[in-house]
Design a protein around this ligand. Structure first.
Ligand code: AMP
Length: 292
């Protein structure tokens, strides 16, 4: 059902107030062309040009607010939903705030494999996720739940190991620890509450249409290159494009220009193959929005 959008109805979205997710969440909303003024530390802000109301909340409180219908949708770290499941729907993975929940031990210890953790003391803020992991591997350990600065635990004799969120690993390194196992991989996700009204959901569909275009553009690059005509088939096989590459003849006889799109994930790999296949004058251009 496609409902007409009016400013009589608002979509309420919750995002993290301050912390690792807040800046990227706000950037996604702004890149969707949604204008907001959030200069004065307000906890609730209405967009100027889109029927959206933003609630700035604590990351760990957000799933409950969405489950209760206080907010219709939200952007949160996936790891929160694994640690404490809520009755909400994960609608999109957003590809930012990527991190791992990892087990780490002192860098001076020899790591012998998962059995290392049997009957050890492990400090963590994610006891449920860790328990699931230990059970799956038939390990038993003594868990110490602490809410922050987990990486200090081995140094002060509280634990033999830690289980904490890691992105670059620099915090572990600074505390004399090394990462030895990944318990969970996480990234920011969009969640939707079950109680969302049809009107709010229609606004959400519009929001998703825009954010999909923003995310697709972030994940892809526009590529232009020149190639001798006899190499075009080989080069096309390396460049799937959105439908198929555009081929335009050059003024120089026997040569063509090819235009296409390359995914960020295999970008350098494809560039190497293109060069090996005879492509020249390769230009890479960022894409502003990509509507598929
Ligand atoms: P925080 O800002 O520390 O409250 O973290 C909010 C969310 O950011 C976490 O729940 C994770 O989903 C995500 N995150 C990404 N990288 C990290 C990291 N290195 N440490 C902690 N959280 C991270």
């Amino acid at each position: 059902m496609w409902l007409k959008i009016s400013f009589n109805h608002m979509l309420k979205i919750a995002i993290q107030k301050s912390g690792r997710l807040s800046e990227d969440s706000l950037k996604l909303i702004k890149d969707c062309g949604i204008a907001i003024d959030n200069g004065n530390d307000q906890l609730k802000v209405k967009a100027r040009n889109f029927p959206l109301e933003i609630f700035f909340l604590r990351n760990s409180d957000i799933p409950q607010y969405v489950q209760d219908g206080v907010a219709d949708v939200a952007i949160v770290g996936e790891n929160l939903l694994v640690e404490k499941p809520h009755d909400v729907e994960v609608v999109r993975h957003l590809g930012f705030s990527k991190c791992k929940l990892s087990l780490a031990i002192s860098k001076n210890e020899t790591y012998s494999g998962l059995n290392f953790f049997n009957n050890k003391r492990i400090a963590t803020s994610y006891p449920n996720t860790l328990k699931q992991f230990l059970n799956k591997h038939h390990l038993s350990a003594e868990l110490h739940e602490i809410s922050g600065s987990v990486e200090i635990a081995p140094n002060i004799g509280l634990a033999d190991a830690i289980c904490d969120l890691v992105s670059t690993g620099s915090t572990l390194f600074k505390n004399g620890l090394k990462e030895v196992e990944t318990v969970l991989k996480s990234e920011a996700v969009v969640i939707r509450g079950r109680q969302i009204s049809d009107e709010a959901n229609a606004i959400f569909e519009k929001f998703l249409f825009r954010s999909d275009a923003v995310l697709a553009a972030r994940n892809n690059k526009y590529v232009l290159l020149n190639a001798p005509n006899e190499k075009i088939d080989e080069i096309i096989s390396l460049l799937p494009g959105v439908k198929s590459p555009t081929v335009i003849p050059l003024a120089t006889e026997g040569w063509s220009s090819l235009h296409s799109v390359i995914n960020e994930n295999d970008f350098w790999d494809v560039i190497d193959k293109l060069r090996a296949a005879g492509a020249q004058g390769i230009l890479i251009i960022p894409i502003e929005k990509m509507i598929l």
